[in-house]
Structure formats: structure tokens, C-alpha cells
Design a protein around this ligand. Structure first.
Ligand code: DQA
Length: 142
């Protein structure tokens, strides 16, 4: 399967950012680990700190043959109506993931605007949230 792993703002700082919450591994290490773990799939990685770039990449995925999306929209999860509206017309199996448990942190993280327009959410399993996200996409496509 051709699967897009899309990451939002500040996830480029994995490894140095709030390591007690997000761990010490970098985004590059995470991507390499996922590529090795899922060699049967064609994984494509995209990270941006810019809301519009994330929207453009999702729109691209609608026409470039992408068969599954695993997205960590980071802080935009909680704030972005634009990202929510971009996800709504996406008919590709899409799973939202979070490294931390967004329900066990500050109250403002409790709400996911994007969660209502994806197939499901995986939150709180560290980097394994991405593994579970890919497995969920596989499940949705089977
Ligand atoms: C996050 C949780 C968000 O609340 C936060 O803004 C992030 C990362 C996570 O993966 O746990 O940047 O999406």
C-alpha cells in the first residue's frame, strides 16, 4: 500500500522537544524505523509547521494514488477548522495519531477538531502510535 505519514507543527523537533512527553528519538529515526518495520508498504513522509502546506499535501494525496493516511496534526488538531475541512473530502482510509495521550494532558488538548473527519484516533502509545496507525489503515483497507 502507498501510505502517507503526515506530521504537523513542531514534530520536526522530536528528540529535543519536551522529551519527558515525546521521547528522545528524532523524527528521522522514527521515519526510518517505520520504513524498516513496514517494508511491504510504500511509506511517504511529510512534515510541515505550516497549516496550508499540510492542507496542500492532503489535497495532493487525494489524486496521487495514496491508499492510506496516518496523520499527527499536532497542535492544529485542537485549533484548525481549515485542516478539518481539508480532511473531510478525503475518502482514503485516514487515522489520526498522537504520541501522547491528549486526554490526559491540558484541557485544551482534549478536543480534536480533526478527529470527527478521520476513521479513528490512536493516542498515547508513544512512537508506537504510528505503528498502530499503519496497522489501523491496513485493517480499514482489508
Ligand atoms: C501531539 C499532541 C498535541 O497536543 C501537541 O500539540 C503536539 C503533539 C502528540 O503527538 O502527542 O504537538 O499531537
Amino acid at each position: 500500500m502507498k501510505i502517507l505519514i503526515i506530521n504537523g507543527p513542531n514534530l520536526n523537533l522530536l528528540g529535543t522537544r519536551d522529551t519527558s512527553v515525546y521521547g528522545t528519538g528524532t523524527l528521522e529515526e522514527l521515519n526510518n524505523w517505520l520504513t524498516e518495520s513496514f517494508s511491504e508498504h510504500e511509506l511517504t513522509f511529510f512534515q510541515s509547521n505550516v497549516e496550508g502546506e499540510l492542507i496542500n499535501r492532503l489535497q495532493q494525496a487525494m489524486t496521487d494514488g495514496t491508499e492510506g493516511i496516518v496523520g499527527n496534526f499536532a497542535a492544529y488538531t485542537h485549533t484548525s477548522v481549515a485542516l478539518r475541512d481539508a480532511l473531510e473530502p478525503v475518502k482514503i482510509p485516514t487515522v489520526e495519531v498522537h504520541i501522547s495521550n491528549i486526554h490526559a494532558r491540558e484541557e485544551f488538548r482534549e478536543q480534536s477538531l480533526t478527529g470527527a473527519v478521520v476513521n479513528g484516533i490512536i493516542t498515547g502509545f508513544g512512537k508506537h502510535s504510528y505503528v498502530l496507525g499503519i496497522q489501523a489503515v491496513e485493517h480499514l483497507s482489508s
